[in-house]
Design a protein around this ligand. Sequence first.
Ligand code: AOS
Ligand code: ZN
Ligand code: ZN
Length: 389
Amino acid sequence: MTVVRDAAKAALKAQRIETPSWGYGNSGTRFKVFAQPGVPRTPWEKLDDASKVHEFTGVAPEVSLHIPWDRVDDYAALAAYAKERGLELGAINSNTFQDDDYRLGSVCHPDPKVRRKAVDHLLDCVDIMDATGSKDLKLWFADGTNYPGQDDIAARQDRLAESLAEVYARLGDDQRILLEYKLFEPAFYATDVPDWGTSYAHCLRLGPKARVVVDTGHHAPGTNIEFIVAFLLREGRLGGFDFNSRFYADDDLMVGSADPFQLFRIMHEVAKNGGLRTETNVAFMLDQCHNIEAKIPAVIRSVMNVQEATAKALLVDRDALTAAQAAGDVLAANAVLMDAYNTDVRPLLREVREEQGLNPDPVAAYAASGWQERIAAERVGGEQAGWGA
Ligand code: AOS
Ligand code: ZN
Ligand code: ZN
């Protein structure tokens, strides 16, 4: 078991969890967004906050940006600013859902002029990636219809495929499209990329630089997300995660808060199927909004929740599991998984942090750092980061 523990510790130290710029700003649900003192007013200040999360956890060096919420004049300067703080700019998230033009969709819109505008925005996002050094363009489309008959479902797929192909052709050799799916909302009848199968089919047509991103909050209740993860990893098409929790629909609560067992099952499939290896290139991103809870501590807690699920997944006794599965011993196989899940991994993670020169308790270390008091005093007025993602 010492060997397993040591390997787990090494993997935990190597883990990278990307945090979202919009998680630091005043964002939340489509209802009231409760303003908090000291929230960032600019993308630069969002990076300052993200650097605190990395400072106290040691595993969150990347920050996803959202365009236009994080629009700046000089993206190379923003990347340099990130670098000075030990950070890197991660996925660029596009926005083809906020303008009035997008009432009937963006890349699937029946009017070619609107599709052109949407595709041009996506191409702009690739230009930004060139400047920031970001490798991933994360696409989520709010496209869909609210009423049967409103538009032609198959024609919308054709428009989507055509738009995606144009963006794909613009990608550099080491850049990727990560295509996100979402069952419903804001469209209520037929979403144009509602599930992993639709995303996967488009990615297959596009080519090897297109992969599926799994937002944990975007499924029907009861969906077996870990099956999707295992399948996509096996096909080499899992691009990454948008981690969050949901109780009912897409509500972007802290990952691991609603169903830690589900997160463990997902991380077990990730770990078992090579998803933690650098070369597999799976992006572990958070996609969350913190509306009533303090933002930076919430991001720290979320990172820790991912670490805990990962630690448990890494402690699964794989030899025992394989042996029980081969013997058809249902109860023994299930017990192997449950033993790992029921292990208290917090002492192990405290050890990992100490070995990395970190405070074993990131939440307490952040609270003691005085950063929260400082930003509350220095930053007057926070920007509205945008509609909840
Ligand atoms: C929307 O529901 C999604 O979860 C997106 O991932 C979102 O668009 C993005 O993360 C930020 O805009
Ligand atoms: Zn998402
Ligand atoms: Zn979402």
